[in-house]
Ligand binder design. Sequence first.
Ligand code: NAD
Length: 716
Amino acid sequence: MIYTGKSLSVSLLDDGFAELVFDAQGSVNKFDRQTVSELDEATQALVAKGDIKGLIVRSAKSTFIVGADITEFTDLFALEDAEVLDWVANTSQVFDRFEDLPFPTIAAVNGFALGGGCEMTLACDMRIADTTASIGLPEVKLGLMPGFGGTVRLPRLIGADNALEWMTTGRDRKGAKALAEGAVDAMVAPEALVEGALSMVKDAADGKFDWQARRAVKKAPLQLNKNEAMMSFSTAQAMVFAQAGKHYPAPHKMVETVQKAAGLDREGALKLENEGFVALAKTDAAKAQIGIFLADQLVKSKGKKQAKAATKQSKLNAVLGAGIMGGGIAYQSAVKGTPVIMKDINQGALDLGLSEAAKILGKGMQRGKVDATKMAQTLNAITPTLEYSTLKDADLVIEAVVENPKVKGIVLKEVEDNVADDAIITSNTSTISINQLAESLDKPERFCGMHFFNPVHRMPLVEIIRGEKTSEETINAVVAATLKMGKTPIVVNDCPGFLVNRVLFPYFAGFSKLLIDGADFVAVDKVMEKIFGWPMGPAYLMDVVGIDTGDHAADVMAAGIPERMARLDNDPVTLFYKEQRLGQKNGKGFYNYGVDKRGKPSKTPAEEAYALMAPHVAEKTDFEADDIIARLMIPMANEAIRCLEEGIVDSAAEADMALLYGLGFPPFRGGIFRWIETIGLANFVAMADKYAELGPIYQISDGVREMAAAGKSYFA
Ligand code: NAD
């Protein structure tokens, strides 16, 4: 044994060759601080040994190395700039010292080699991958860029254009693609990996392969002439601008760094990489995106635990109501392999539900993601029916009929009378209290909310709502069914609107008030989309949700939380509803929807909407962007804080994920709690106080005031 650490060891093979094996104790292989320092010690031990002819680097696990240890990032990046710089510079020098070993090195890659794992392979002279390998630099997804030499070595290995594509999209490559692009030198079956690596490194040591020349290329300036450089970098800049936009600094910084470093050798180029990394590590976007990664891990592991505890897996689902939601849920269940009964009272609705499913599958076929067999299987797995009797074999029923408490109460009771004793019953209601709906059932313990989002096949979230009487067994089974359907479950406690709609409706109320005070909805949408980063501004979103649905849900919220959510007089949403301006569904809402001259869908601000509002709103006023953001986001933030304080949601991290997955909260802002923390709690309190006279949705809770005064964090 040449070196033994906790995460890796180096041993001698036959004929003077050696192998460095990553095999972290009790975890996947990753570059935490400990592993980095072990890599350095191992490198020194190899140098000290003196007579090594060549080295294989491999993993003893099913995956090579997944990357840096992201759980270390939050504390690390909170340090002073100079300290973060020290960390990244010191770490990247460990990789340099490894690269400089006085004999040829080869990485034998299986499974994932991502981020730091990919950079480990790049520090080797050669790479061989097996058919399970997936290689890439996904740092951009965390708002960062590679920090262990990736921005220097990859462009010198596969060319600047390819390398920038890898880095700015963060997408990993399977072995074959990596081979075609020159990022690996050979690909073999898993059982031939180590033998193949050994044979290649022996060839290199024997002089059959000029590994020194190879290494020299990685350490020299990029081989690009002026014209090529101009083409590469201007194309990359344009691509990044089109795809990432201005809210995500990381891909822009990568292009800038690779470009500036093009004429420099390894030392000079790495210095720029180190500096770029630190600049990005300190951005709010990186903090937000790292926060999302960690919150996602939390949500996933919670979900897995609950699903594991489930005593029952649904083999047959049933959906009541074949409307927008019922049809979507039936499709989702079927496509993920659980057969589903779709019941309605209306044959026309059933036909429509099925044709919606066929439409989604048809689009999948066009994009080559679905084949004819999958399409037939999925459609066959949906059984449309008008009969209750078919529910008798269902393990899980999801009620998705019209949003009317009376109708839902009757339907739920009918379901209970027709299903097996141990079947689970859920409701997809958006706003009606689960405790209230549970009253219509004899066995409320087997009932909970299962709130999908529209469009079901696209939106990742399912909010699972625990009623007072819901058993944990029910929750576990519904979490398991949600995961089986390919969705992310977040469990919350019952209240009007649950978590997502409870925080969304105060935001809409803030919007309505702003309109009443004279704001132009087009200007508001522009600020909330372009500056805040929402996929849709509030007027557009309300049109998409449906003005009827929005108005009705606002009434339910007002009835449930009258102290804050009482309806405004002359709310534009109600004015539109009364005139049957229902939004996108009938082509007229805040905007008019149609097709343009080229047949493309069009959306134009509706003169009729302005005319309807005119008698009831103040004279047109131009509000500052900050003012618009504050007037919409403070009510959302306040309600989210209340949900956390009341225990509706367990943690700020889960609330952030729910808004990200359910509403499309801008990822670079990380979620509503991350937004509050980015502003700073004390600043948030001061900002909200400034608007307090606008009404109760702007008035902050004592809890947040105390937290701000004590300098506490929602993520501590
Ligand atoms: P929808 O009007 O499109 O569909 C409702 C369907 O229920 C209709 O096909 C109707 O024929 C059927 N129906 C009515 N009474 C029935 C009964 N007794 N038995 C069986 N079927 C019956 O409505 P939707 O938008 O799909 O909404 C359904 C539910 O999902 C509502 O509770 C709504 O709040 C909730 N929801 C909607 C959205 C959304 O964006 N549309 C999002 C999340 C949740």
